[in-house]
Design a protein around this ligand. Structure first.
Ligand code: NDP
Length: 244
């Protein structure tokens, strides 16, 4: 479970642990936040361990799986990955005239390249019946020129979802994406600093509120569950009807 120290990732990690999974709480720098997630899962009777690796830098995939495998071996478990949730991502506001090569490299190296390579490697540990769940965004279904590079990176994720679902069908592995709308996390905190900003974001949902991490976690938990074994290659909207 990448990017599980905060926000939507934390919500998903806590939910999957409550549903019985042993969760690798991955993070980049925020050890304290990751530790708090592990503690909260354990306090609720679940199982979790922290896993630190910065994504988007050389050697990221190798160091992530070296640490992942070692953590499982320490628990007496053969390295194995039943559910991979690709959640960690970086955002960045830029309209087309503000786009720089650095921004494209940064966003694509974390949101696309690292995700693709860690999925390739994770699949070598995934048994029949496994799940790959990619956290996309509702902005792939509507026009959002304010964050054009970030939107494009999430579009790549949807394309990966479609291609991989067919590739992995013979192994009984499903591959789906979940598309949140605006959700109350650090990623968009700046947009919610005023009552007007908060009201504007809330008004994008037909429910007139901003989403919470647990709203997204419910959709992910469904895709990870046995009930979703016949669902693959889909983009499941979890935006509160943002684009209706
Ligand atoms: P946050 O910014 O709140 O949390 C990001 C998480 O990803 C943290 O755990 C962070 O770790 C980790 N992370 C960030 N950069 C890296 C990196 N380079 N290497 C490794 N880990 C990293 O994000 P959200 O919870 O808001 O978003 C989660 C997902 O949901 C993302 O894929 C996002 O694109 C998507 N999404 C979010 C929406 C929203 O409104 N919030 C809307 C639509 C989609 P650390 O704590 O160590 O920094």
């Amino acid at each position: 479970m990448t990017g599980a120290s905060r926000g939507i990732g934390r919500g998903i990690a806590e939910r999957l642990a409550a549903d019985g999974a042993l969760v690798a709480v991955h993070y980049a720098r925020n050890a304290e936040a990751a530790g708090a997630v592990v503690s909260s899962i354990r306090a609720a009777g679940g199982q979790a361990f922290p896993l630190c690796t910065e994504l988007g830098v050389p050697g990221d995939t190798e160091s992530l799986y070296t640490a992942f495998d070692a953590a499982l071996v320490r628990r007496g478990i053969e390295p194995r990955l039943d559910v991979l949730v690709n959640n960690a991502a970086v955002s960045g506001s830029a309209r087309i005239h503000e786009v720089t090569a650095e921004l494209v490299d940064r966003i694509f190296s974390v949101n696309v390249k690292a995700l693709l390579l860690l999925t390739r490697e994770g699949l070598t540990r995934m048994p029949e019946g496994g799940r790959v769940i990619n956290i996309s965004s509702a902005i792939t279904r509507m026009s959002y020129p304010e964050s054009i590079v970030y939107s494009m990176s999430k579009g790549a994720l949807n394309t990966l979802t479609l291609a991989l679902a067919k590739e992995l069908g013979p192994r009984g592995i499903t591959v789906n994406a979940v598309a949140p709308g605006f959700t109350a996390t650090d990623m968009n905190a700046k947009l919610r600093t005023t009552p007007e900003g908060l009201a504007r974001l809330a008004g994008l949902s037909v429910f007139d509120r901003i989403g919470s991490p647990s709203d997204i976690a419910g959709a992910v938990a469904f895709l990870a569950s046995p009930d979703a074994l016949w669902v693959t290659g889909q983009l499941l909207d979890a935006s509160g009807g943002m684009h209706l």
